[in-house]
Design a protein around this ligand. Structure first.
Ligand code: PLP
Length: 420
């Protein structure tokens, strides 16, 4: 585990900008990682460097060739992270834009007729794209209802409504509200059994910072990432598409070849900062694996992150030292409390007697950064069926420490004391 290895947590934390001090507000423990994770210092440096180069791509001069090499390296690193030796990787405007592009091209490129299928656990970026393109292509949209108690949607729930004429199916990998991860491989296998040629698209945006992804193993056709939620920065999204999806007629610049998915001049800094993220996972993995194989090291990083975050989940829920955990505090209710599916960096709660917005502000005044999720178009899919107007989200990553958890729990005790 990272925190059990002498000196390693310090080395990890030293790689991130503003790890314990907000440049605007001062010292704080950062528990808003699902809204945007901390940025690697290497990403900040790389961004500035590439922003400073005036050269365009595709020219014979040395600077231009260096940019092309950085793009090629970024693509190779994306493939490695996703375990995608086949298919195509590309960069878009944001995670949402990539999801829309995947859904749009799958819906318009697939054989006419049939239906589309999604789940109610999805973030509206995927959900809105599925609803819009089902309507535009005259297809019924089947909605698989998630389970309120576990905060999950299962392969069994999909199976109950599957039919052979499914053209496009969507799956969320991890919910940013419940923190629970779906079994993408099992859901995809269930879909393929009934509709072998369905295009299966996955929103991996909340999952990705918790470890490498394996699109080959999942047997899916599209996967989207938001780099700002995985230690990079805003300004781009990353997409992967299978050969099956690429073979459908899809939007592209005429003449750029059948494999082209990129639209317009690329931001080399986007590709280069993704390489920084993969280099970080590689470095972390090399602390736990002596393998010469980079993918093996990325997987080792994923399991170290998984173990560290499982420890953090336990501390937040069950307490540390003489501090009670959230699950032991009176008046604190956990969202998606049931089931044994591990949480991926998210614990959402409601607190009796506290207005959630005021509680976020109170915790902020104690140096603990959290966030409110409201029953609006972004989180209403989870909160409305629970009859809750909002909840407080505590979201964490492997670089959070036991001392930060103690700060959170101590501040929560002070909050509870105020309502008596
Ligand atoms: C699961 C999930 N999907 C999609 C999005 C949208 O990503 P982006 O902000 O990159 O458009 C988010 C953002 O919170 C998310 O958590």
């Amino acid at each position: 585990m990272i925190s059990d290895t002498p000196g390693l947590m310090d080395q990890v934390r030293d790689r991130f900008a503003h790890i314990d001090v907000c440049p605007f507000e001062g010292p704080r423990a950062f528990f808003e990682n699902a809204g945007g994770a901390l940025r690697l210092k290497s990403v900040v440096e790389t961004s500035a460097a590439y922003a400073s180069y005036p050269d365009n791509q595709g020219r014979p001069n040395v600077a231009s060739q260096a940019l092309m090499a950085a793009i090629d390296k970024g693509k190779a690193d994306m493939r490695l992270f996703l375990n995608a030796p086949k298919g195509v990787v590309f960069v878009g405007e944001s995670g949402s834009e990539v999801l829309f592009r995947l859904v749009r091209n799958a819906a318009t490129g697939s054989e006419k007729g049939g239906v589309m299928i999604r789940s109610t656990l999805e973030h509206p970026a995927m959900g809105s794209a599925m609803a819009h393109w089902a309507e535009q292509t005259g297809r019924e949209l089947i909605e698989v209802v998630h389970d309120n108690a576990t905060g999950l949607v299962t392969a069994e729930a999909y199976k109950a409504v599957l039919r052979p004429d499914i053209r496009v199916a969507s799956i969320i990998h991890t919910s940013p509200v419940t923190g629970k991860s779906t079994d993408v491989k099992a859901i995809t296998a269930a879909i393929r059994e009934v509709a072998p040629n369905a295009i299966v698209l996955v929103d991996g945006i909340q999952h990705a910072c918790h470890g490498p992804v394996d699109v080959t193993d999942y047997d899916v056709d599209g996967y989207a990432l938001s780099p700002y939620k995985m230690f990079s920065r805003h300004g781009y999204g990353v997409g992967w598409v299978s050969d099956r999806l690429t073979a459908l007629a899809h939007e592209q610049i005429a003449g750029n070849g059948p494999l082209s998915w990129e639209l317009g001049t690329r931001d080399t800094g986007a590709y280069a900062t993704f390489s920084d993220v993969v280099a970080y996972f590689d470095w972390l993995g090399s602390q736990f694996s002596e393998s010469d194989d980079r993918r093996t090291r990325l997987e080792a990083a994923g399991s170290a992150i998984h173990d560290e975050e499982a420890k953090l989940t336990g501390l937040i829920l069950n307490g540390t030292g003489n501090l009670r955990g959230l699950s032991e505090m009176p008046g604190v209710e956990l969202i998606a409390a049931e089931g044994d599916t591990p949480r991926e960096g998210v614990i959402s709660i409601t607190v009796e007697g506290w207005d959630t917005k005021a509680l976020v502000e109170f915790l902020g005044s104690k140096g603990v950064r959290t966030h409110i999720r409201k029953a609006d178009n972004y989180s209403g899919n989870v909160l409305v069926p629970l009859g809750k107007p909002d909840c407080l989200r505590v979201s964490y990553c492997h670089y959070n420490t036991e001392a930060e958890v103690a700060k959170l729990l101590g501040a929560m005790e002070e909050a509870l004391a105020q309502v008596g």
